[in-house]
Design a binder for this molecule. Structure first.
Ligand SMILES: Nc1nc2c(ncn2[C@@H]2O[C@H](COP(=O)(O)OP(=O)(O)OP(=O)(O)O)[C@@H](O)[C@H]2O)c(=O)[nH]1
Length: 379
């Protein structure tokens, strides 16, 4: 059976690295050693033994110096460089996939560097198209105990779910500091969240916030997120004490099943649809080319832009229908170029006409005819 890939993402300081470390030791204790990958190029010390480390391929400090980048730019560039080798990474994991049940991936501290970057999407996609892949969204529980930070975190989780289209487990970490019961209650009982919102002094303190805009925004967002909560699995755990990790592994098993039954089919459908669209696009372009070369059923046309400009389509390309009621435009040339016909430019039209005929003779009869011949041979 293909191993489940767990992509650990979360805001800076939410405890991703400590979580991966604990999950790794928890699985080792169960004699189910996982395959571990570190994708954080900026981390100084990785507190767990990993099978693949981005720092072996990309030197973060060198990237900063060589490309003259700041910390976040360097993380994105390091990921970009690493993503060019992702096929090798996947084949390494695949080669050993019969020896482990879980592949755990730690991601960079700055969540946006991974989730919203092109390389992050390439890496996620590479895993998701090879193994059942799950997102573990790690949340700092004590820091999410106010309705505002809670909703902001949930909104982020929601956008990640819809962007990656992968099953997600929301992990309320650091439960040794604050129990996550309040969060699960807020997610299942709308009234409980409303009560918390009403009694939150920060949101209701009109003198500090100046208005009730924030409270009203949080209220609307909580309504919108209700549907999203139903698609999630929520687990409370502590990377320090190890509490909640068995529940997390149960949730992973459930999500793998969900991935196989639903997400995989959905992904395949989307990929097929995309391929079909690309095929149609190619066909459309070829038809235009044929029309341009006078091989189609329609009247032969002179230029590619003419070929595209048939009928309604031209308005889609930003061209506007001439308004017949509009008065003739005045010249907007500078005064010394008022558009008058002089002795020198009298025959300009004739010159252009001859040049065009000459050009089209060579361009069309030689080059275009050769292309047409080539296409006929290909059919
Ligand atoms: N009390 C408590 N602290 C924790 C727990 N997990 C992590 N921490 C602390 O939270 C801080 C951040 O933990 P990291 O594991 O470095 O978090 P991270 O998300 O990987 O951080 P970056 O990658 O730097 O963004 C550290 O000081 C950890 O010791 C936990 O379960 N309980």
């Amino acid at each position: 059976m293909a191993p489940a890939t767990i992509l650990c993402v979360g805001m800076a300081g939410s405890g991703k690295t400590t979580f991966v470390q604990r999950l790794n030791s928890h699985l080792h204790a169960k004699k189910q050693a996982p395959y571990v990958i570190n994708l954080d190029p900026a981390v100084l010390k990785v507190p767990f033994g990993c099978n693949i480390d981005i720092r072996d391929s990309v030197k973060y400090k060198k990237v900063m110096e060589n490309y003259n980048l700041g910390p976040n730019g360097a993380i994105v560039t390091s990921l970009n460089l690493f993503s060019t080798k992702i096929d090798q990474v996947i084949s390494l994991v695949e080669k050993k996939s019969d020896r482990f049940k879980h592949c755990i991936v730690d991601t960079p501290g700055q969540i946006e560097c991974f989730i919203w970057s092109a390389s992050g999407a390439i890496i996620t996609e590479a895993f998701a198209s090879t193994f059942p892949t799950i997102i573990a969204y790690i949340i700092d529980t004590p820091r999410s105990s106010s309705p505002t930070t809670f909703i902001s975190n949930m909104l982020y989780a929601c956008s990640i779910l819809y962007k990656t289209k992968l099953p997600m487990i929301v992990v309320f970490n650091k439960t040794d500091v604050r129990d996550s019961k309040f969060a699960t209650e807020w997610m299942t009982d709308f009234e409980a969240f409303q009560d918390a919102l009403r009694s939150n002094s920060e949101l209701n303190d009109e003198t500090s916030n100046g208005s009730g805009y924030m409270a009203s925004l949080v209220n609307s967002m909580s309504l919108m997120l209700e549907e999203f909560y139903s698609t999630l699995d929520v687990v409370g755990c502590s990377a320090y004490t190890g509490a909640g990790f068995d529940e997390f592994l149960d949730a992973v098993d459930a999500k793998v099943e969900e991935y196989n039954n639903f997400y995989q089919k959905e992904r395949e459908r989307i990929i097929k649809e995309k391929e079909e669209k690309e095929k149609q696009n190619k066909q459309k372009q070829l038809t235009h080319l044929m029309k341009d070369l006078g091989l189609g059923k329609k009247e032969p046309v002179d230029t590619i832009s003419d070929a595209e400009d048939d009928g309604e389509e031209e308005y889609e390309h930003g061209l506007v229908e001439p308004d017949i009621n509009e008065p003739q435009r005045e010249y907007t040339f500078a005064e010394d170029r008022n558009g008058e016909v002089t002795e020198e430019n009298k025959d300009v039209h004739g010159v252009y006409q001859r040049a065009f005929e000459q050009g089209s003779k060579t361009a069309k009869s030689d080059v275009a005819e050769n292309i047409a011949k080539y296409i006929r041979q290909q059919r």
